[in-house]
Design a protein around this ligand. Structure first.
Ligand code: SAH
Length: 394
């Protein structure tokens, strides 16, 4: 380091080398203890110290060891020499007219994912997190489905999306200014961003352990929903490992159509899928499965299909979410007419399903389902195109 500095041109700008210190933001309890032992904290003390750091990191949201006032100064300095509490960089932020916020997050290695915060009518609100960069599935109506899988997110990168949202919403308490649970806006988490969480279950489950921990972020497991396109063999396992709420991207009531819309259906057809759903631990009227159903004009929106949906779900404690299709450039579908959506919803209402239509949010900032990140990829491509042209013109 010193040699490098002394070799520098004294008139050059500041040297910005990547920080070699690993970040502990997003780490689980076991990792925290290991990291402490690695810098010389005695084994017998590691757990207690990890608990202290945990509280500062996940309850108070501090991003600087020097703020951890109940930890000895010497240890704070040791921590600072070895580690950081840096979050991944927020590469872009957007706020919709309806209050929806979207953050483009640049991960280590330069890949990007998005998280979206959707405020509810009252104080509460939901953060939609991504679990993969890109996706291996190829659902025909989903924009992410047109991108290949780049990589799985680590648990820490999933947790960091929650830390960033709390940073940006300014919702961390301080020892002097506690925040009551009821005053927070970020109250719920849904794994409905980019990626298929059940193809990254180890990291998703580890992230849920951190997010739901009562000494830290304290977003209870019943307020965390994991959405899957239908990776049947991992559905009961998800429940056993996480205790999270389950959502299923259903979108069709028969196999031939679901094979087209959600091609993983060819591997795990409806019968196999529903067998797995019924094996989800703890299902009851108080713990229902959410079924997502995207409204595609002339494809899956007939009254006969509404009735078929009621029939298919009978016997499963269920909520239904009708999602108006969000078109994207090049998509071969259109959203059902509003009258059709309402007529479809009326059939579900009569069968006892309350308010099944999901209001589209954040459309002006492309924060809607299936549109995450794709736009930035496109922009970058068009910027590259412009640059190539400018170069050719010059
Ligand atoms: N892979 C998981 C989670 C990500 S998708 C899953 O399939 O559930 C989150 C939800 O958005 C899914 O229900 C998905 O089907 C839906 N979705 C994707 N693209 C959409 C679009 N263009 N319009 C409306 N909903 C869409």
């Amino acid at each position: 380091m010193t040699t490098l500095l002394s070799l520098r041109d004294p008139f050059a700008g500041p040297l910005t080398l990547p920080d070699p210190r690993p970040s502990l933001a997003g780490a689980g309890r076991a990792e925290l203890q290991e990291r402490l032992i690695a810098i010389g904290v005695p084994q017998a003390k590691a757990r207690m110290r990890a608990d202290q750091i945990w509280r500062w990191t996940y309850h108070y949201g501090v991003a600087d060891f020097s703020a951890m006032s109940n930890i000895a100064k010497g240890l704070r300095a040791d921590l600072d020499r070895a580690y950081t509490l840096k979050r991944p960089e927020v590469a872009a932020r957007q706020i919709s007219v309806d209050g929806t916020r979207k953050w483009l997050i640049r991960l280590e290695g330069g890949q990007e994912v998005e998280s979206v915060f959707i405020p509810d009518v009252g104080r509460s609100g939901t953060l939609c997190v991504s679990s993969q960069v890109g996706c291996t599935l190829t659902c025909s109506f989903c924009h992410t489905g047109t991108q290949r899988l780049v990589r799985n997110l680590t648990a820490a990168e999933i947790v960091a999306q929650v830390l960033i949202a709390r940073d940006e919403l300014g919702e961390w308490p301080t020892p002097e200014r506690p925040i009551n649970e009821g005053d927070r806006r970020l109250t719920n988490i849904v794994f409905m961003g980019m990626g298929e969480p059940l193809y990254n279950l180890d990291e998703a489950a580890a992230a849920i352990d951190v997010i739901s921990d009562g000494d830290g972020l304290a977003i209870g497991r019943r307020r965390i929903t994991v959405s899957t396109a239908g990776v049947a063999p991992r559905i009961p396992e998800l429940g056993e490992r996480t205790g999270a709420m389950l959502a299923i991207s259903l979108h069709a009531t028969n196999d031939p159509l679901r094979d087209v819309l959600v091609p993983i259906n060819k591997k795990y057809p409806l019968e196999t899928l529903f067998e797995a759903i019924r094996a989800y631990p703890g299902l009851s009227n108080a713990k229902r499965v959410t079924f997502e159903y995207v409204m595609l004009k002339g494809v899956n929106d007939s009254l006969a299909e509404a009735k078929a949906l009621v029939k298919l779900l009978s016997g499963t404690p269920a909520k239904i979410n009708l999602i108006p299709f969000n078109p994207w450039p090049g998509s071969s579908y259109a959203c059902s007419d509003w009258d059709t959506v309402e007529a479809f919803a009326a059939v579900l209402n009569r069968a006892g399903y309350a308010s099944p239509i999901r209001t589209p949010r954040g459309r002006d900032i492309l924060a809607a389902c299936g549109q995450l990140k794709s736009e930035s990829v496109k922009e970058r491509a068009s910027a590259r195109y412009r640059k190539a042209h400018d170069a050719a013109d010059a």
